[in-house]
Design a protein around this ligand. Structure first.
Ligand SMILES: NC(=O)c1ccc[n+]([C@@H]2O[C@H](COP(=O)([O-])OP(=O)(O)OC[C@H]3O[C@@H](n4cnc5c(N)ncnc54)[C@H](O)[C@@H]3O)[C@@H](O)[C@H]2O)c1
Length: 516
């Protein structure tokens, strides 16, 4: 208790210790405070003055902002609106001051006036803004009009361009084509297209066309006005067999191995490519069966792809050593599947199977000819086939070799008859084969040797050698199917055909015609 009263007294003592100047200024501040807040009336007046001052500041600021908006005009209606709101706020606050402070009427009136004035100016600003907006609107309208015009011009251009394009790319009607009416529009007039000549000529592929049978077939096809393409690897064939066509624009020669696929646009395929004589096919049996199987597969694939009709030159060897005589097409044969001739015999049997599978499964248009022994010009001189063997031996003055006892039989057709039969089968829209194409006139080997001696060299000797493996004992075609379905039968007798072959051989052996 003692200590607290001491402290208050000490503070009073401290204050009495201040300097006289400080005390004087202190008394002025105190008096002013009393004048301002000393009683209720003084406090009201002070408050009114403070509020009026604040209002003046606000209104002045609003005016300044309003003028700024008016001056700037198109700075933005938003800014002006904000100014108006502020001014309205000032006006409202001024009104509030008028209502709440009766003693500061004049000041409040000034504030209200200024607020009103500011409001008017803000309205002016708005009007000014409207004028600008109007101007902007006019400008925008003009710009929009121009844009619409440009758009519509562009649209018209694009429509015209599309019409020109459609007209230019239009496929002409037959009439337009015939009349030569200009295509396209305006300055873009297309030249009259060059008509592609209708393919009146058949396009024919002959595989193995450089060989004996193939070259004769090519001669006949060229005579018929076909476009002929020969594909040959020249294993047994010779360019000399077809060189007389090389300058013909409708003839084409391609060196090609049918074991590889090929693609040519053709309507028909005569598939002959395959070594045919025992000497040749035994030379490389693996290649022989590959040629038969893969070559036929490739040609069937091509036929399927281009929609061509394909004729396979099969052989009477598919009958093997036949147990049925003569051989009809429905005879299944008697073939050794593992002998030295099997590469050829079985190769052709598989080739036939492939043809029928492609026909049944893929709808390929096939023809199968089973060819019996054929002779004629351009046969290989030393190919091991009996007719060419006898003729070349007789021409050279060598003894004619007969393998076995000479009682085995063969039938021989001249190559022109064979070619006529092949074309008849290819041209036939109903018969797909297999069809025997051969001459049914049957000869023993001894009889054949006698005919050759008679035609070529009466002094020619005959020697007998051991027969080769799997040499068929009898072979004679039943050609009733060919007669019935193709209207075909051979016309050339051995004694008529043989001299033509002899002339060709003599020439190739460089023997004078008169020598024998
Ligand atoms: N001449 C006949 O007595 C006789 C009998 C029955 C069947 N045939 C068949 O007739 C067709 C022709 O026989 P040919 O007597 O004219 O024989 P060929 O040997 O004179 O002709 C065959 C042709 O095929 C070509 N060749 C072979 N392999 C080939 C390959 N892989 N690729 C491309 N070309 C290839 C040869 O170079 C030749 O030009 C053969 O399919 C044959 O089986 C002929």
């Amino acid at each position: 208790m003692q200590s607290r009263s001491t402290t208050v007294r000490d503070k009073r003592v401290d204050s009495t210790n201040q300097t006289p100047n400080k005390q004087a200024s202190k008394s002025i501040i105190v008096r002013a405070l009393i004048a301002m807040f000393g009683n209720k009336r003084a406090r009201g007046r002070t408050a009114a003055i403070v509020i009026a001052c604040v209002m003046m500041l606000v209104i002045t600021s609003a005016k300044a902002q309003g003028k700024f908006g008016a001056h700037e005009g198109d700075v933005g209606q938003k800014g002006a609106t904000r100014d108006a709101e502020d001014a309205n706020g000032g006006e409202a606050r001024g009104a509030t001051a008028l209502r709440s402070t009766k003693t500061t009427d004049a000041v409040a009136e000034i504030g209200g006036f200024d607020a009103h004035e500011a409001h008017i100016e803000v309205e002016d600003a708005r009007k000014g803004n409207d004028v600008d907006a109007m101007e902007v609107k006019v400008e925008a309208t003009e710009a929009a009009t121009e844009t619409r015009k440009a758009w519509s011009d562009a649209e018209a251009d694009s429509r015209e361009a599309l019409a020109t394009f459609k007209s230019a790319s239009k496929i002409p009607s037959k009439k337009e084509f015939a009349d030569g009416e200009p295509l396209g529009r305006g300055s873009l007039t297309m030249a009259k297209p060059v008509p592609i000549p209708k393919a009146t000529r058949l396009r024919v592929l002959v595989t193995g066309g450089a060989g004996f049978v193939g070259s004769h077939l090519v001669d006949r096809l060229m005579e018929r006005g076909n476009i002929v393409i020969v594909a040959d690897n020249f294993f047994t064939g010779r360019k000399e067999n077809i060189m007389h066509h090389l300058q013909n624009p409708f003839f084409e020669l391609i060196r090609h191995d049918v074991v590889e696929p090929m693609l040519v646009e053709v309507d028909q395929i005569y598939h002959l490519a395959c070594p045919a004589s025992p000497v040749h096919y035994k030379h490389n049996p693996v290649k022989t069966i590959k040629t038969s199987v893969m070559g036929t597969l490739n040609m069937l694939g091509l036929a399927k792809r281009v929609g061509a009709r394909m004729l396979l030159t099969s052989t009477s060897e598919v009958y093997g050593d036949p147990l049925q005589h003569p051989q009809t097409e429905d005879y299944w044969g008697n073939v050794n599947p593992i002998g030295v001739r099997s590469c050829y015999d079985e190769g052709k049997r598989v080739a036939e199977t492939l043809c029928f599978d492609y026909h049944r499964q893929e709808g390929v248009d096939i023809r199968i000819a089973r060819i019996f022994n054929t002779y004629g010009p351009r046969m290989a001189l030393e190919d091991g086939r009996v007719v060419s063997n006898f003729v070349s031996q007789a021409l050279r003055g060598d003894p004619m070799t007969i393998y076995g006892d000479g009682k085995q039989t063969r039938s021989f057709q001249y190559v022109d008859d064979l070619v006529a039969g092949l074309i008849a089968l290819m041209d036939n829209d109903v018969e797909i084969g297999p069809v025997n194409i051969g001459n049914p006139n049957e000869f023993t080997m001894l009889e054949l040797a006698e005919v050759v001696r008679e035609v070529v060299n009466p002094k020619a000797q005959i020697v007998f050698k051991e027969n080769t493996q799997d040499d068929p004992g009898r072979r004679r075609p039943d050609i009733s199917k060919a007669k019935r379905t193709l209207g075909w039968e051979p016309k050339i007798k051995l004694r008529d055909g043989l001299p033509k072959m002899v002339d060709d051989f003599r020439e190739r052996l460089n023997l004078p015609k008169t020598e024998l």
